[in-house]
Design a protein around this ligand. Structure first.
Ligand code: MG
Length: 413
């Protein structure tokens, strides 16, 4: 089979990194769309295409191609298990091998995930692969319509991918081409924005094959370019004579190998790889989230610290005069306590409560707050002076009052 091929891959308009990997060597063509982890997506898709590129060109190439998906899966899982950074990485993989089977040249197409293979045959575009997505399975089972699928919130949730489970379940299709047919492999970044009708129109155009590949990328970008976009076009120029004989026999152009095998019905609750719309923005979002949380925590701690310091200062400068075992005493703290601070006795004076008049005794029992220790001491001194004056008057009814000036302390009440 004589082929011409063109490759194009683009980061798109939204993402910062291209996690798609593509490969073409004339006998093997592959598109892988990586996902997960910080750097994981690129590593997973790269590992997948690298595994394919190492398939030896021997007689056993078909067996090697068939087992290459399991090998790629094993490598991705092994790599992920050795690195915290790569944990959870995975990739789709859609690949085509040029081979000969029963005397006819054909493309053996294998896929896992939602990167697609299409085939333009006699001017008509057919989708070869089936999307291994939750929505794809709902669609095939008839649970939802094409229209509902196109706008389904879980349309990016994969049900199969490499790097997720130890056993890989790939689909294999056989495509029997004719000259001028075009095989298209692409990642979902194309399909998300360009309809099958538009793809068909571009593939049927008069541009060179490379220009057609570039035009597909351009269209996806013009419609938003929300994801990485990868495209491989393989055009059949000539078929070997052996194939032409075989081509005369009636046969389907496209069929799935082992189509009767039951499709694993796995919904997102069993196996899902939610694909971020924009992994970069999510990483950025996390950073914003972290900065906001940190700022909030800092503010909260400052506020709590401020409150604690204020309480401590208030407590440190609070005294009151009260009663301790029948005597007038000075206490440190607020009457009745403040938060976890309980008042403590600082001084117990020699002044007994029962020598005070009823107004003074009642005030002491109710506790008299004072702004400082000196003010509390002054308050008690004044009480003592008043009592002394009263005693003097009692003992010297005709004498003159002592010269001591009596003033009650501040804050009585
Ligand atoms: Mg993608």
């Amino acid at each position: 089979m004589k082929l011409q091929w063109a490759l194009a891959t683009d980061t798109g308009r939204v993402r910062r990194v291209n996690q798609d990997s593509i490969y073409a060597d004339g006998r093997l063509f592959a598109v892988a769309d990586g996902m997960g982890g910080h750097a994981g997506g690129e590593v997973a898709s790269q590992l997948a295409v690298e595994t394919l590129s190492e398939i030896p060109s021997t007689e056993r190439i078909v067996e090697a191609f068939r087992s290459s998906f399991s090998e790629a899966n094993r490598r991705i899982m092994s790599e992920a298990s050795h690195s915290e950074k790569l944990k959870g990485m995975g990739t789709t993989l859609t690949a085509a091998l040029v081979t000969v089977e029963a005397g006819r040249e054909l493309f053996l197409v294998q896929n896992v995930g939602d990167s697609r293979a299409y085939f333009l045959h006699k001017g008509e575009l057919q989708q070869i692969t089936k999307d291994h997505t939750y929505v794809g399975e709902l669609l095939r089972s008839g649970s939802i319509t094409e229209e509902q699928a196109a706008h389904h919130t879980q349309r990016h949730v994969l049900t199969r991918a490499l790097g997720v489970e130890s056993v890989v379940d790939s689909d294999i299709f056989k495509v029997i081409p004719s000259p001028e047919d075009i095989l298209l492999l692409c990642s979902d970044g194309l399909i998300n924005h360009v309809t099958d009708g538009e793809i068909e129109k571009i593939l049927m155009g008069n541009m060179s094959l490379q220009q057609r590949a570039d035009r597909l990328i351009e269209c996806a970008n013009l419609s938003g370019g929300s994801d990485n976009i990868s495209v491989i076009l393989v055009k059949v120029l000539e078929l070997d004579a052996v194939e032409e004989d075989a081509a005369a026999m009636p046969s389907p152009v496209l069929y799935q190998e082992d189509e009767s095998k039951p499709t694993p019905r796995r919904g997102p609750e069993l196996l899902s790889i939610p694909r971020p719309i924009d992994r970069q923005s999510i990483v950025r979002g996390n950073r914003i989230f972290t900065v906001r949380v940190m700022a909030f925590l800092l503010l909260f701690l400052l506020l709590i610290g401020g409150v604690l310091i204020s309480v401590q200062l208030y407590e440190n400068h609070s005294y009151f005069v009260g009663e301790k075992d029948g005597a007038v005493a000075i206490f440190h703290g607020r009457p009745g306590g403040l938060l976890w601070y309980s008042p403590s006795v600082v001084q117990v004076s020699s002044l007994q409560l029962d020598v005070l008049n009823s107004v003074e005794a009642s005030a002491i029992k109710d506790k008299v707050p004072e702004p400082s220790l000196a003010a509390a001491e002054s308050y008690i001194r004044n009480l003592k002076a008043r009592v002394q004056q009263q005693n003097y008057v009692s003992n010297h009814p005709l004498g003159s009052a002592p010269t001591t000036t009596t003033t009650l302390g501040t804050g009585v009440g």
